[in-house]
Design a protein around this ligand. Structure first.
Ligand code: CMC
Length: 380
């Protein structure tokens, strides 16, 4: 009999070409449009990376100035979006709020059905510009604080921190945050990007694809891991003696067969290429805020996980505690990932549209054989 091969979780299955990024687990490298992500993090801003992902090339000075002006002009939030967010209960997870806000923006945009590259690029830039307002509006309302209006004199990351905390952020913090945004921006056919491409493949609109992608990112096996890492740090308990507690905690967690959040990766088996860069940023934050205990837990858990399971950390592992040190609420960590990854998602939406094929795999049925409904009087 025919024995179809099942590729559970689509593991190891190439489903299409992409020119946006290249993940190479053998050389432990990640390239955005050909550029190593570490080089981008060290030498350009997140705005330049967004431009690169959408256009395929880094902007020259004039292109960057024009792009920045456009981005800064779209940072505000409509009253309607704020009103609907205000109606959502505080029990709603911030990811549900971001998902809803993007949906509202899509429903209010008269250009939603236009899937030309030009129209989609405009929508992408507007979402990119507005996400910091959405994320900070929600975080602040949870603390009963007023919305902080965006500032057009600040770059993307500096403004994001300004809107979150209402204070001019320090340059070191802006830099570490910008590095995290660059590292989170794009990662080929991960679950949320693939979700966006599946939705786009039906010729649905960009907003629907982004809303679906946000839903996929929320789960702890994907973007939700950066929040989950912080819960681990909280369970261990930061402060004196935390390194020893980390090892005890890990042994107990492994004995209970728990998955250790922020470790392991579907594609990288010898370590995530983005981790060293984000770990450096975390180290700078630990020094900046005078919190060696955070780095001690980080190192102790990483080392013990290496010894016990030979599993290495992924990007969420250093990103979670770095966001914590910057002052973000733990539940806001994954929305920060959304604000960054929206660049990659929308680049993929445009790429999918440009060479579309409906994504519709097969399943192998293993339910009951054909059978028939027993005769019983049907109500008419
Ligand atoms: N903790 C404990 N054991 C693990 C972990 C982990 N974090 N990751 C993998 N393993 C074990 C797993 O139990 C399995 O063991 P066995 O063969 O004995 O059953 C083996 O390693 C292979 O793991 P898998 O789950 O089959 O591998 P996968 O490719 O399906 O999973 C993963 C990849 C990311 C879902 C998984 O490593 C995981 O659940 N990690 C924790 C969640 C996490 O950090 N996610 C973030 C992913 S990367 C960045 C992002 O997308 O945000």
């Amino acid at each position: 009999a025919f024995q179809p091969q099942i590729f559970k979780g689509l593991a190891g299955v190439p489903v299409d070409y992409t020119a946006i990024s290249k993940v190479n687990p053998e050389t432990n490298s990640l390239l955005y449009r050909g550029y190593p992500v570490q080089e981008l993090a060290a030498s350009v801003t997140f705005e330049e990376v967004a431009y690169l992902l959408w256009h395929g090339e880094l902007p020259d000075d004039a292109q960057l100035a024009q792009f920045e002006e456009l981005e800064r002009s779209h940072r505000g939030l409509d009253h309607e979006v704020k009103r609907i967010v205000d109606e959502l209960p505080l029990t709603a997870h911030p990811m549900d709020v971001v998902r809803t806000a993007v949906s509202v923006i899509g429903a209010s945009d008269p250009t939603t059905p236009d899937d030309s590259r030009e129209a989609n690029l405009e929508k992408a830039i507007r979402l990119f510009a507005k996400l910091p307002s959405i994320v900070t509006y929600d975080q602040r309302r949870r603390h009963e604080l007023e919305f902080v209006e965006p500032r057009a004199d600040l770059g993307y990351s500096a403004n994001f921190l300004w809107q979150a905390f209402g204070e001019a952020p320090e340059l070191e913090v802006v830099n570490a945050f910008d590095v995290s945004m660059i590292l989170y921006a794009e990662h080929s056919f991960n679950a949320s990007t693939f979700t966006a491409r599946v939705i786009t493949s039906t010729l649905s609109d960009l907003y629907s694809a982004v809303v679906g992608a946000i839903g996929a990112l929320k789960g702890p096996l994907h973007g939700g891991a950066n929040e989950a890492v912080m819960h681990t740090f909280d369970e261990i308990g930061l402060g004196d003696g935390s390194a020893e507690r980390a090892v005890t905690w890990l042994d107990a967690a492994l004995a209970e067969k728990r998955k250790i959040m922020g470790f392991g990766h579907r594609v990288y088996k010898n370590g995530d290429s983005r981790v060293p860069t984000m770990r450096d940023a975390l180290e700078r934050m630990a020094e900046h805020y005078g919190r060696p205990d955070v780095l001690e837990v980080y190192t102790a858990l990483e080392q013990a996980m290496g010894e016990r399971k030979n599993i290495k950390p992924n990007l969420d592992y250093p990103a979670g505690p770095a966001y914590h040190l910057m002052g973000w609420d733990t539940e806001t960590f994954t929305p920060l990932f959304v604000a960054s990854r929206v660049t990659g998602w929308t680049a993929h939406i445009m790429e999918q549209n440009a060479a579309n094929a409906l994504i519709r795999p097969l399943s192998v049925y293993n339910g009951p054989d054909e059978r028939h409904v027993p005769p019983r009087g049907k109500a008419t």
